[in-house]
Ligand binder design. Structure first.
Ligand SMILES: [Zn+2]
Length: 482
């Protein structure tokens, strides 16, 4: 814990640096680093690498098969202490229809105490909070108890296609005792929020082609219609009761542990907020456990889009020859994306009446959850709660997907997600924003997190961490993923 004097120095520094921190955030948000725009992602990565250096880190930009990955290090080579790996991403989602934005997505604008821009919450304000916290602690001479590795990715929004290979290739230099992903948003009560896993993701494109070209209506009785076929396939995916009709789809799902269920019961939940946010007619008595069971512990298959034929003004008298169906699955712990893909593919081929069907996977992530009984996780939760000195929301998993398994399996570090932005930050939607008080507090919260180590203080002073007697004695060699 920092002394009162150190705390005062940190407070003074943060107060004086506010205008500069705000300027850096605006500059960062002006860069349109949309994942599928490699040139702009690279420019943003170069800017960020420079900032990492300025914040006192040894930073390096690594080429991958796609967008660069940035790695920053502090103390790892020179000091024997536990190592914390901090993960975040500097790419952003595409802005979507510009007409839905009040101000331009890459021209940050302050309105009513919030800064609006694509990436304001996901994930640029969070990356900046990490860097500015490190800079603050170094500038105020407050010692950071752990070695740090920062890993910033430029393709998270595109499914992190190069991250697993990168981690495998840099295994020894990315070794850490615990990994923290600084991403996501807080529970609606705004208390600091920790999450411990993700659902798996599987995006599939299904195309049918019934003829080389659209045909005149006069062939109707002998030709097949791609629009009808796409609609048939979409409907075939669901039974009359709305459940997924793909045989075996929900097999293998691992239920939540008693502890995970107990975290859910501790969470505040307000059905009226959810009703308002979603417009759904939720029944009274629908509670946190029901909600979470459906959104993080179950799997789902979603038709996210379908297109075929003509849907403009007036009518076009022809038989559509091709159609597209887009499917997105969220997979619960225990489900294997490859097996689910096989099941869906086999079922669609069985249902397709034209025989001309093409199935492609866009991206896939395996589901993964950190084992909450791992001693490192226990230490981190306790240290974090002590450091922030307020309630903390513990949520077993995101309903969404992201890179998780690569940390727990490849790097063998338990991963915990720490979220800084407020709940109504419009992540992935128009008018994404970060409240400025939340951003400034977020830097302070990151200072506390960096000082709270998450690992037992003093135990690593004279010993090496991973692979050492200290590591084995204190942490054991157990795997952290289930
Ligand atoms: Zn994100």
């Amino acid at each position: 814990m920092p002394s009162d004097l150190q705390r005062a120095r940190i407070g003074q520094y943060l107060g004086e640096a506010q205008a500069e921190h705000m300027k850096l955030l605006s500059e960062f948000l002006s860069m349109p680093s949309v994942s599928n725009d490699p040139e702009n992602v690279r420019l943003c990565g170069q800017w960020l690498a420079q900032l990492m250096q300025q914040c006192g880190l040894n930073a390096e930009l690594f080429e991958t098969g796609g967008n660069p990955i940035l790695v920053g290090r502090l103390g790892v080579e020179t000091r024997s202490a536990p190592t914390v790996l901090l993960y975040a991403h500097y790419d952003v989602q595409p802005p979507g229809p510009i007409s839905a934005w009040v101000s331009q997505p890459f021209e940050p604008e302050v309105r009513d105490g919030s800064l609006f821009a694509r990436g304001a919450a996901d994930d640029k304000s969070q990356i900046l909070a990490i860097l500015l916290a490190i800079r603050t602690l170094l500038a105020t001479d407050v010692p950071i108890p752990n070695n740090l590795i920062l890993l910033f990715e430029g393709e998270e929004e595109a499914g992190s296609p190069n991250l697993p290979e990168f981690c495998l290739a840099h295994l020894s230099s990315l070794r850490a005792d615990i990994a923290l992903a600084i991403d996501g948003k807080r529970h609606y009560t705004e208390v600091p929020t920790l999450r411990f896993g993700i659902r798996g993701g599987l995006s599939i494109d299904v195309r049918v082609k019934t003829a080389p070209d659209d045909l005149s209506l006069s062939y109707q009785n002998i030709a097949q219609n791609a629009a009808v076929e796409i609609a048939h396939l979409a409907a075939s995916l669901f039974r009359d009761d709305g459940k997924v009709a793909v045989p075996g789809f929900e097999e293998g799902i691992i239920p939540p542990t008693d502890e995970e269920e107990s975290w859910l019961r501790d969470l505040e939940f307000d059905t009226s907020i959810l009703r308002e946010e979603t417009g759904l007619p939720l029944p009274d008595g629908f509670d946190t456990v029901d909600f979470m069971r459906e959104t993080i512990f179950s799997s789902v298959l979603n038709v996210t889009g379908l297109s075929a034929g003509y849907s403009g003004d007036g009518h076009k008298s022809s038989i559509p020859n091709s159609g597209l169906l887009k499917i997105d699955c969220r997979l619960a712990l225990g489900q294997e994306p490859t097996l689910v893909l096989q099941q869906v593919e086999q079922y669609l081929r069985h249902c397709c009446r034209t025989g001309m069907i093409e199935i492609n996977v866009d991206h896939r992530h395996p589901p993964s959850r950190t084992n909450a009984t791992d001693p490192r996780v226990r230490w981190f939760i306790k240290a974090f709660k002590d450091a922030v000195a307020e309630d903390v929301a513990l949520i077993p998993s995101f309903g969404g997907t992201g890179p998780h398994k690569v940390f727990v399996d490849t790097l063998e570090a338990p991963l915990i997600w720490v979220a800084l932005p407020q709940a109504d930050c419009n992540t992935h939607r128009a008018n994404e924003n970060i409240r400025l008080d939340v951003f400034f507090e977020g830097i302070e919260l990151m200072c506390k997190l960096l000082l709270s180590s998450g690992l037992p203080r003093g135990t690593a002073e004279d010993q090496h961490c991973r692979g050492s007697a200290w590591h084995d004695e204190n942490l054991g060699t157990q795997k952290t993923d289930r």
